[in-house]
Design a protein around this ligand. Structure first.
Ligand SMILES: *Cc1c(COP(=O)(O)O)cnc(C)c1O
Length: 410
């Protein structure tokens, strides 16, 4: 099976992890700050807080922005559930904004319309989480302008987008947001097995996220206070205080060393993904597929290559009586690890129970009906990519699974 995504680990990565295993520190050593420095250097952000997943990074980001009970967090329905769940972790309520039909990212026009209504109802969001789907930046200029007008904070969910650019600058620099988060899960662009990061240009937010990453415990005298009836003068260098309710969201040294090593190949990873994406664009041009639309001011990191099946009334798929379910299963039978990103958040039973209903986000729902992610990863060969394209031809045009089964010998 050609997978839809896959990590690329080389000898240098392996040596970096082994060196940590032979060192004194498996956690809380020098590698975590080194990885944070590499992320700051790449993005230009002033602070980076790495943690054990992007989900944790989203939670820390929401807490740092003081999201809580009675507040609203808004995000897009076309994302991984973690982009929305972080609001619920904080006791806030979640609402969703429909997507742009061309880029599939959160639509600034839909956002503005919803803000106008929310203002009238006194239900404006405290935090909005735009997600850079597939690695292409959202329209951050428009979303940022709305944040100034309506007074919300912005967390960029850039889980797909490390190495991508917006207006010629790396995603994560924070020109249009308060905090940006990355994921280092193995299917993402850079991996630490599990891992995430939160980047910001605001010292206070970075300090708060770092504190909450590790139990809310500090050794910083400036953050400590007196404890009534407790001999403060008698406390030596062992002393620490818990000043907030934090978590253990720390990244290990093994993970950070892998991250430092992987970051050295970030440019290479993204350049190769772009090459493969452009090659798909050429090879798929004559098939009845909607190819990814790229906007001028963006340079995608190409975490995903999503095509749209043209399922409209009287269209190709209807005439051939082809459904997405059938196309998906036939491609899988042919060894092509296609996938679907994402099942709209509001259709999940957990969100349905909160009052969302199917039909709430028509653009997202129609995207979901059509969307199919094709294999794309660093290390994918042109031969493998040609196999994906040939299988699509077999399933869509020739509509002869038999012939391709003979051809591939599966
Ligand atoms: C993968 C992903 C996450 C969560 O990342 P983890 O590191 O697995 O916690 C969050 N948001 C989006 C859009 C993702 O794709």
């Amino acid at each position: 099976m050609i997978p839809y995504g896959k990590q690329d680990i080389n000898q240098q990565d392996i040596a970096a992890v082994i060196a940590v295993l032979q060192s004194d520190f498996l956690t809380q050593g020098p590698q975590v700050p080194l990885f944070e420095a590499a992320l700051m250097q790449h993005t230009g952000a002033e602070h980076a807080v790495v943690c054990n997943s992007a989900t944790s990074a989203l939670h820390l980001a929401c807490l740092a922005l003081e999201l809580g009970t009675g507040d609203w967090l808004w995000t897009t329905p076309i994302t991984f559930v973690a982009s929305a769940n972080c609001g619920l972790y904080c006791g806030a309520q979640v609402d969703l904004v429909d997507i742009d039909p061309a880029t599939y990212n959160l639509c600034p026009k839909a956002l503005e319309q919803k803000l106008i209504i929310a203002k009238a109802q006194n239900k404006l969001p405290k935090v909005v989480v735009p997600v850079h789907l597939c690695g292409q930046s959202c329209d951050m200029v428009a979303i940022h302008a709305l944040s100034l007008q309506y007074g919300f904070k912005i967390i960029e969910d850039a889980a797909h987008a490390i190495g991508g650019e917006y207006q010629g600058k790396p995603i994560g620099g924070g020109d249009y947001s308060d905090i940006t988060i990355f994921s280092f899960h193995p299917v993402k662009i850079v991996t630490t097995a599990e891992g995430g990061a939160a980047l910001t240009n605001q010292q206070a937010l970075a300090d708060k996220m770092a504190l909450l990453r590790s139990h809310g415990i500090t050794r910083d005298k400036a953050l400590m206070g007196p404890v009534a009836g407790f001999d403060m003068d008698g406390q030596g260098d062992w002393y620490y205080q818990q000043v907030a309710l934090g978590f253990n969201y720390r990244m290990t040294e093994l993970q950070a060393a892998l991250g430092v090593s992987q970051m050295q190949r970030l440019t290479q990873f993204v350049v190769e993904r772009r090459r493969l994406a452009l090659r798909y664009n050429q090879l798929l041009a004559d098939l009845p597929l909607t190819l990814p639309v790229q906007l001028g001011q963006t340079n995608s990191a190409w975490h995903l290559y999503v095509v749209g099946l043209q399922l409209e009334e009287g269209g190709f798929f209807q005439k051939k009586q082809l459904s997405k379910k059938l196309v998906f299963s036939q491609l899988r039978t042919l060894g092509i690890g296609v996938h679907v990103h994402y099942i709209p958040v509001h259709t999940q039973p957990y969100y349905q129970a909160m009052g969302f209903t199917v039909g709430d986000y028509p653009v997202a729902e129609s995207y979901y009906q059509q969307a199919l992610s094709l294999p794309l990863f660093h290390g994918m060969t042109d031969v493998q990519q040609d196999e994906v394209v040939a299988a699509l031809h077999d399933v869509l045009v020739d509509h002869e699974l038999e012939s391709s089964v003979r051809r591939t010998g599966i």
